[in-house]
Design a protein around this ligand. Structure first.
Ligand code: B3K
Ligand code: ZN
Length: 876
């Protein structure tokens, strides 16, 4: 176990490494309980750090050291010092060869970091600090080395993979064989990977723009081999897209993807050998939803794009994580936007940001996209580093423009190819290529918290002048009381009374990106003939909260007239939030809740409009999630939020029944499945309508849902119908549909996970008792992050209604579960505990319940470093 109080690491303490490792030669002799790892390192003093020869300190955790030798001379135990998490070696020459033999136990590694077994397959996860669980090494991203890896295993593991190109293979005694891999590109240890198993593969080739033939291989367990097509197609699209949009070409002869069931996150970009959570790569129409198809395309793209933004140019230290993650999320978002509906992609990303990243920014773990300190780096793979990081890159794109952005990215890649770079290097390249001053913009890298833009306006009829007054502020976050003003690109347009865009300058531009740089600023527009209605923060041009005193009528007007598709959707969200606020107030005052007909009229207009694409229409009919409503209030009143939102959903279903049912009937047509955006849009609108209709408690709609459940040939329609039934409140119908689904799909772990998540995530069905029962299901595994996320994640993070029900029983359950999980998988435990660390934002008595549960976790003692950091900051 770890120290009671883990050490905090600071960015300001960064020092370049004392030694470089020019070559790394590894030999793995794989055994479940005793894998031998031999490592031969060519070590060289980093002379920039001095001419002396300090001790060589290597990272190493939970390793058995078998032997260590320098230039062929074995060291005796008194010549080195072995600490809990490091090995200190004497150095007498500036360059030498170091040979270390260690023994590890993959079969008992449930943390899923380092080398472990998943369904009998060996695989690795080294980012961020997993390599130190494989062998002693300077496990830091600025030490880049050329790796050669020999994998030895019994022949019952026919597939043996590592990074780079396969240079030798052969047979050995005792029914064993080996394959040797060589990666010509220097890389940090976090990009190392190894896989060994009884796997099948599908193969394709891709010819790069310069005519290089690349072999593409996707490996899975034999039972899943029919689920690889979509990922393979997505990979080819990604490779082409990166050539066309960023001029980036693939650089090895082979690119491999392996699907594994036990994985802590979505996927990992190991050089030439990406390892994927099977849920993020395997899909067939019968077993995967549209959302899964789109997620796969995005993640395959994301990992592939890392080959340049992450691998060829990597990070100097983990504080720079957003350098590769924020940039790569931006790249994958643009890729998805190009492959599908750009408007829907933007809406989904903003929903994620508002529902979850804003909460992170307002919580006890708030950190800038480049954090200043951490105890456990795994805790900083956050929505802030990833999603807000991507928004920061998007803002640079908005400020410098498309062409200069491309020049800047070319400069960045060329200048830092083969290096470990910093966020500053990225901004400097963008600044140089564009000639724009990004000095103040750098505050986005240093300051945490979500800025607030408070906007008011005035109109001088006589002078035909319109003024926008903008005030920016940012709430204090842990360790940062005062904030400097941000440079905020603020995209706006002005609508006339007919709903048309007003020209804003002599060039006739109808949209401008205003540079908000001061705490208070006024922007003036002349030649404006009538008082306009402003359309603000178009396309969500910056990750900020916007306050402007729109009336319900103005929002309804924007919903049907704004030329910016994103803002049409956003006006609907704002209108719904206004209505929900009034409903919450009425609920608290004990008054009867009544539907605001202005919202019903606006939603009716959405259903009846003839100029709206179906996917955006579906999004416009979705009420803001409870988390978003919560985020917009200063003190969260969970009970009032739940009451208001569920009333509103029901009331809208009643008010819009004819239109909803009309759309459902129009779209309920049999056709072969395709994950094209047009078909996804149709299914999305159809299932949105169904979800409303089943709330009406009418037998005909339940029959519809039942029919769709029984007859649909694709998982999107099947799962949507099941969720509708489970949310309908009809216990008998829900049970029988769930049983039928289970009967059919129990052998497919990915579908079984959906069965778990639909129950644990249901506002009606996912009660605490049901969740407890699911944990007892024979197919539930505590060692599988996918299963844990499907039950406990779905309940605590996505089932606002049931998680907050009662008197904190859900919080206590979460605390107990997290304490238990911490012994198995600390990374996942630390993630799951987050909801109860946000107790300060809640009203009494919810706040006290949450705090008590969180305190119980701390009191359990002996916490992992991961969990300790999150809980201690949550209690501070
Ligand atoms: N780079 C990995 C994340 C690794 C997380 C380690 N705790 C996946 C990705 O962002 O592409
Ligand atoms: Zn990534």
């Amino acid at each position: 176990m770890k120290d009671a109080q883990p050490r905090t690491i600071y960015l300001k303490d960064y020092r370049a490494p004392d030694y470089w490792i020019d070559e790394t030669h590894l030999t793995f002799d794989l055994q479940p309980d005793a894998t031998l790892v031999e490592s031969r390192l060519k070590v060289r003093r980093n002379l920039d750090q001095g001419n002396d020869l300090p001790k060589l300190v290597l990272d190493g955790v939970e390793l058995e050291l078998v032997s260590v030798a320098i230039d062929g001379q074995s060291l005796s135990a008194d010549e080195y010092v072995l600490y809990d998490e490091s090995l200190e070696l004497p150095v007498s020459r500036p360059a030498f060869e170091l040979q270390i033999l260690t023994r590890i136990k993959p079969e008992s590694n449930t943390s899923l970091e380092g080398l472990y077994l998943s369904n009998g397959m060996y695989c690795t996860q080294c980012e961020a600090e997993g390599f130190r669980k494989i062998t002693f090494y300077p496990d830091r991203p600025d030490v880049m080395s050329r790796f050669t890896t020999k994998v030895i295993a019994p022949r019952s593991y026919p597939v043996l993979l590592s990074n780079g190109n396969d240079i030798e293979r052969g047979e050995l005694d005792n029914d064993r064989h080996f394959v040797t891999w060589q990666d010509p590109f220097p890389k940090p240890s976090y990009l190392f990977a190894l896989v060994a198993g009884d796997l099948e593969h599908v193969d394709e080739t891709f010819t790069t723009k310069n005519g290089r033939e690349v072999k593409l291989q996707l490996f899975t367990e034999p039972r899943n081999i029919h689920k690889c097509d979509h990922a393979m197609r997505s990979l080819k699209h990604s490779m082409r897209w990166d050539e066309e949009v960023y001029g980036r070409e693939y650089d090895l002869d082979i690119f491999m993807i392996v699907a594994v069931d036990h994985f802590n996150m979505g996927a990992m970009e190991n050089k030439g050998l990406n390892i994927f959570n099977s849920s993020c790569v395997l899909a067939s129409p019968e077993t995967a939803t549209d959302a899964a198809f789109q997620r796969i395309e995005a993640i395959v793209g994301h990992e592939y794009f890392h080959n340049w933004s992450g691998n060829r140019v990597t990070c100097r230290d983990w504080f720079q994580l957003s350098l590769k993650e924020g940039f790569t999320v931006f790249r994958d978002a643009e890729f998805s936007a190009d492959m599908n509906s750009a408007a829907v992609k933007r809406i989904e990303d903003v929903v994620l940001l508002r529902a979850s990243q804003f909460a992170e920014d307002a919580g006890p773990m708030a950190h800038p996209i480049r954090p200043e300190s951490y105890m456990e780096i795994s805790n900083f793979y956050t929505l802030t580093v990833y999603e807000k990081g991507a928004e920061v890159v998007r803002m640079i794109h908005n400020i410098v423009g498309k062409e200069a952005f491309r020049k800047g990215s070319d400069l960045y890649f060329d200048r830092h190819d083969g290096q470990a770079a910093t966020c500053e290097d990225f901004v400097a390249a963008m600044e140089e290529a564009s000639g724009k001053d990004l000095e103040q913009f750098r505050n986005w890298y240093n300051q945490a918290g979500t800025p607030l833009l408070e906007v008011s306006d005035s109109f001088d009829e006589q002078k035909s002048e319109y003024h926008l007054h903008v005030k920016q502020s940012c709430p204090p976050t842990p360790g940062q009381k005062e904030k400097q003003p941000f440079h905020i690109p603020f995209a706006i347009g002005l609508l006339d009374s007919a709903g048309k865009d007003i020209p804003l300058n002599a060039q006739g531009d109808t949209q401008l990106v205003l540079d908000v740089t001061q705490t208070e600023q006024t922007f003036s527009f002349d030649g404006v003939g009538e008082r306009p209605l402003p359309s603000l923060l178009r396309g969500f041009s910056a990750p900020v909260k916007l306050r402007y005193d729109y009336s319900a009528e103005q929002l309804a007007f924007l919903m049907s007239h704004d030329s910016d598709g994103f803002n049409r959707w956003d006006a609907g969200q704002r209108l719904a939030l206004l209505v929900l606020e009034d409903l919450q107030a009425a609920y608290r005052a004990g008054e009867q809740l009544v539907l605001d007909t202005r919202l019903a009229d606006a939603y009716r207009a959405v259903l009846e409009a003839d100029d709206l694409d179906l996917a955006v229409r579906a999004k416009m009919l979705e009420l803001p999630a409870e988390q978003i409503i919560a985020e917009s209030s200063d003190a969260i009143d969970a009970e009032a939020i739940i009451a208001a939102r569920s009333f509103l959903k029901q009331a809208l279903a009643e008010a819009l029944e004819p239109q909803l049912s009309n759309w459902y009937t129009r779209l309920d047509v049999e056709k072969p499945y395709s994950p094209s955006s047009a078909d996804i849009a149709e299914r999305s609108l159809k299932n949105t309508c169904l979800a409303y209709l089943v709330l009406l408690q009418k037998p005909e709609y339940r029959t519809l849902a039942n029919k769709q459940f029984a007859q649909s040939g694709n998982m999107t329609d099947c799962a949507a119908a099941l969720a509708a039934l489970v949310n309908s409140g009809d216990e008998v119908l829900s049970r029988s549909a769930l049983d039928a689904f289970y009967e059919k799909w129990q052998e497919d772990p990915l579908v079984f996970d959906q069965w778990l998540a639909i129950q644990a995530g249901s506002a009606r069905f996912g009660t605490l008792q049901r969740v407890r029962d699911l944990l007892e299901h024979p197919a539930f595994e505590l060692t599988s992050p996918n299963k844990v996320r499907s039950v406990v994640g779905a309940f605590a993070m996505r089932n606002f209604t049931q998680f907050h029900a009662g008197e904190g029983e859900g919080f206590d359950f979460l605390a107990d579960f997290v304490i238990r999980l911490d012994k198995v998988n600390p990374q996942i435990a630390a993630r799951l505990v987050t909801p109860i660390t946000r107790w300060r934002k809640y009203q009494s008595p919810m706040q006290e319940f949450m705090h008590a549960s969180l305190a119980r976790v701390m009191a359990a003692g002996n916490l992992s470093k991961d969990l300790y950091e999150v809980v201690s900051k949550g209690l501070a």
